[in-house]
Design a protein around this ligand. Structure first.
Ligand SMILES: Cc1cc2nc3c(=O)[nH]c(=O)nc-3n(C[C@H](O)[C@H](O)[C@H](O)COP(=O)(O)OP(=O)(O)OC[C@H]3O[C@@H](n4cnc5c(N)ncnc54)[C@H](O)[C@@H]3O)c2cc1C
Length: 389
């Protein structure tokens, strides 16, 4: 069994690592300073400028197919890149990407939505969650009623990432109440100027999602993405597109955090000895190291299954669940090792502590991942012990 990276993967990883060290990490003090002054830490303009800098070196659209101007890389390499980006808390992503379901758009829609989204000229958001339907997404209540050659959308969406900044939304609405999620939910492309409103939601993180209000929002029937009634499948495709990428990013964050803890443990003295000499501290470092290693292999295995064209949902759920749990345990230990300093806003540890908490909630909570994993095992959809068991 070969666990090594190819030369190309190593080169790509090293390039991103250097880019993050030279271009992204130096921004950290200013990002922290702004956030602590209640401002946006990293603006859209700054993000774009950095994305274009990376583009000059060919880093654009990691998973975007080459015919759309992207790199068309494999999932394992995408996971390696994401881990490198996760080493910094600056919310930076490489440019050139678009939501996977936009590739289902027809030619006319592709020109208006997919192409400008990849170029970074338009911003999308994905809206299925509602105040009464989160984990239970099949239970959405937003409706779209046909009126001539238009659809009239009514309802409220909540916790929509980028909902305040987006200029169009992929919104999911019930078009046939009888059928519901089984053939009665449709996805619409709705521009902001078609009439939906957004409101920022303050969270414990440094950026907030938004609620979207649809009150008699009229969209032409040409705005249906995919087929009428097939929206729920599209929503599940969107959610499943890269579940492994969320814990992949946490790998980098945990690496950086554990390095900070090691440095602190090797310098901080109490009772005449470095705290690194204490078994209590050593065990926290040891457990964190083991869990980080296990997380890395769970993520890379899930990505590898994607590349093999296997049904990777079980592996992705395991990586997401383990990543959310362990990243939170690791950042908690790192905070503990830093003592009072870990709790202050002078260090970014508390920032990571707040941000990593989200990993246990969005795109399927811990409980929903466990539900999926348990169902697969109990019903025998997946062999106990996995592919090698
Ligand atoms: C910052 C942020 C960004 C988000 N971005 C988006 C976005 O871009 N687009 C979008 O559509 N949504 C988005 N979401 C919504 C997110 O996906 C939901 O919050 C999540 O799926 C949980 O739904 P809920 O909040 O309604 O919790 P609920 O579903 O009400 O769950 C409450 C609790 O009950 C548990 N629970 C629920 N059902 C079960 C069950 N069957 N068995 C055991 N436990 C259960 C849950 O795990 C949780 O602990 C975002 C959320 C946040 C916080």
């Amino acid at each position: 069994m070969d666990f090594s990276l190819s030369d190309e993967q190593r080169e790509i990883r090293d390039w991103v690592r250097t880019f993050v060290r030279k271009e992204v990490m130096p921004l950290e003090p200013e990002v922290l300073r702004r956030e602590r002054a209640g401002q946006r830490g990293f603006t859209a303009e700054e993000s774009r400028a950095l994305q274009l800098k990376a583009k000059q070196a060919g880093f654009w659209g990691v998973l975007t197919p080459q015919e759309h101007g992207g790199m068309g890389l494999d999932a394992v390499t995408a996971a390696l890149i994401e881990a490198e980006l996760g080493r910094s808390f600056v919310p930076f992503y490489l440019g050139g990407k678009a939501d996977n379901i936009l590739f289902h758009a027809n030619a006319e829609q592709q020109a208006r939505y997919l192409v400008p989204t990849i170029a970074g000229d338009r911003k999308s958001c994905f809206a299925i969650t509602e105040p009464g339907a989160g984990s239970d997404a099949r239970n959405i209540r937003t409706t779209a009623r046909k009126d001539g050659n238009e659809w009239v959308i009514n309802g409220e969406k909540t916790f929509i990432t980028g909902g305040n900044e987006a200029d169009f939304v992929m919104v999911f609405a019930v078009t046939d109440k009888e059928k519901g999620a089984d053939g009665g939910v449709t996805c619409f492309l709705a521009d902001r100027d078609m009439g939906w409103k957004s409101e920022y939601i303050d969270t414990m993180g440094e950026w907030g999602p938004a609620s979207l209000i649809f009150q008699d929002v009229r969209v032409p029937e040409t705005q249906i993405l995919g087929e009428e009634g097939r929206g729920f499948e599209l929503a599940m495709q969107w959610i499943g597109q890269g579940r492994y990428l969320l814990p992949a990013r946490a790998i980098g964050s945990c690496e950086r955090l554990i390095s900070m803890a090691i440095e602190h443990a090797n310098t901080r003295e109490t009772f005449g000895q470095k705290i690194a000499e204490r078994q209590a501290i050593q065990w926290m470092i040891a457990d964190s190291g083991v869990e980080l290693e296990a997380l890395r292999w769970l993520v890379l295995n899930a990505a590898w299954q994607v590349d093999q064209g296997m049904d990777s949902r079980h592996a992705q759920s395991m990586a997401k669940l383990y990543g959310g749990q362990k990243a939170n345990e690791i950042v908690d230990r790192v905070l503990q090792i830093h003592g009072g300093m870990g709790y202050t806003r002078e260090l970014p540890v508390e920032r990571w502590y707040r941000e990593l908490r989200l990993l246990r909630i969005y795109e399927g909570t811990d409980e929903i991942q466990r539900r999926t994993i348990a169902r697969n095992l109990l019903k025998g959809h997946v062999k106990v012990g996995g592919a090698l068991g």
